[in-house]
Design a protein around this ligand. Structure first.
Ligand SMILES: *Cc1c(COP(=O)(O)O)cnc(C)c1O
Length: 217
């Protein structure tokens, strides 16, 4: 067993102590395809999550599942729509509309998450929490798109109580949406530096890069 695979099983053990059934998406930006395949073929990680369209296309291997977790430009949707299990980063109506159109052309229903910018950071994509419900309603108007939940992005710098407040608010919003929409089942929240706390706060999908693959060069 490789070091990377070992690491994934350690993380799974930790997560199972919090709750059963928490899924992992491996955040694969800059990682070589050999390492990605090692993880995807030898562990129960749900998908490889890429940030950039170019990188997803370059690494794409039809034998494994891919998610898209980065900021997505509308004119790039057509390149990834037939390659993605789940798009985590849907945060504006024009993007939603294009995803619906491109999915429709291919006879696909594309699963998506609404991205939430929990810390209201100007440099990050994502809706503010109070915009999520109206956006979710809009999603339900499109027949080639299915809402599976929320992806919450949180500020890196903050610690302790502030981070917890973002997690709690995101979880509360997730529960609200879950009540309204049967398809909602994911709260994608938590990265390498905070995934246990996120899991304890209600996340059922964590996105891990460095915790699995080590620091990026
Ligand atoms: C890179 C990335 C992650 C993983 O970050 P790590 O700190 O390496 O775990 C998660 N989500 C998104 C959207 C990312 O771009």
């Amino acid at each position: 067993m490789s070091i990377i695979v070992d690491k994934v099983f350690e993380i799974i053990d930790e997560l199972e102590k919090v709750r059963r059934g928490i899924e992992i998406v491996a955040a694969t930006k800059t990682r070589p395809i050999e390492d990605i395949l090692d993880v995807m073929q030898n562990t129960p990680v749900s998908a490889a999550g890429e940030n950039r369209v170019q990188e997803l296309i370059a690494k794409y291997d039809a034998g494994i599942k891919w998610d898209f977790i980065g900021q997505l430009q509308t004119n790039k949707v057509k390149y990834i729509i037939d390659k993605t299990r789940l798009i985590h980063s849907v945060d504006r109506l024009p993007l939603l509309e294009i995803i619906d159109k491109e999915a429709g052309k291919r006879g696909k229903v594309q699963d998506i998450l609404i991205e939430i910018n929990a810390g209201r950071e100007a440099a990050k994509g994502g809706l503010f929490l109070e915009e999520a419900e109206e956006f979710a309603e809009r999603v339900s108007f499109y027949k080639n798109v299915r809402l599976l939940g929320l992806m919450a992005v949180t500020p890196l710098v903050c610690a302790g109580a502030e981070l917890q407040s973002y997690f709690d608010a995101s979880y509360a919003e997730y529960l609200k949406l879950k009540e309204c929409y049967q398809s909602v089942k994911y709260l994608s929240m938590g990265m390498s530096n905070d995934y246990l706390r996120a899991a304890e706060s209600g996340a059922n999908l964590v996105r891990l890069g460095r915790a699995i693959f080590g620091e990026r060069n």
